[in-house]
Design a protein around this ligand. Structure first.
Ligand SMILES: Cc1cc2nc3c(=O)[nH]c(=O)nc-3n(C[C@H](O)[C@H](O)[C@H](O)COP(=O)(O)O)c2cc1C
Length: 170
């Protein structure tokens, strides 16, 4: 299989997964910025990784605009703050695709975490507003609120396994 992993990452979780996936598949992982001008038509499989930002997978729409006309195998992964076992992960992912795309493009949720140290000011402010909302709705002692108050890291290499197995079957 001749694949490439293209990713967008702000605080490092998606980058880490992209590098694990690329190492497992023996291919290259490229930041979206460095992939501009790269000849993607030379690959059989294009793997895109982005991070959830208020429900949207960062950069996915743009990636699909470029990648879909190439008629390659497309695989998507997205990292977020929620744990792997959250039953809402699939529905959140599905919202980022049309019904037709969802039937054709395999997408995987990979748990990231929160890294306030690497977050920019705008994203920090958005998270602060989200925390205020969660505190109001669920209370200060709720698990959700407590989780949002500090950095945490849920990323583990084992989570890439289903994606890697899927790619190896293509
Ligand atoms: C402003 C903002 C909005 C976010 N929205 C979501 C979200 O809707 N769902 C989710 O699971 N995680 C959300 N997150 C958490 C990030 O998706 C998570 O930290 C991700 O792993 C970051 O990836 P990166 O380290 O590659 O930048 C949000 C984070 C920020 C800063």
């Amino acid at each position: 299989m001749n694949a490439i992993v293209i990713y967008r990452s702000k605080t490092g979780f998606t980058k880490r997964y992209a590098e694990w996936i690329a190492a497992a598949l023996g291919c290259e992982a490229l930041d979206w910025k460095d992939a501009q001008g790269k000849q993607l038509s030379g690959y059989d499989t294009l793997i895109y990784g982005g991070w959830f930002h208020a429900g949207s997978v960062m950069g996915l729409k743009k990636f699909l605009q470029v990648a879909e006309p190439l008629k390659k195998n497309l695989v998507v992964f997205a990292t977020g703050a929620s744990p792997a076992e959250n039953p809402d992960n699939e529905a959140a992912m599905k919202k980022n695709f049309t019904t037709e795309q969802w039937g054709r493009i395999k997408a995987f949720y990979l748990p990231g975490g929160l890294n306030y140290e690497q977050m920019g000011a705008v994203n920090k402010a958005m998270m602060a507003a989200f925390r205020v909302m969660v505190k109001k709705q669920e209370g200060e002692s709720s698990q959700m609120y407590q989780m949002l108050c500090k950095s945490y890291d849920l990323a583990e290499e084992k989570y890439i396994q289903p994606l890697v197995e899927h790619c190896n079957r293509l």
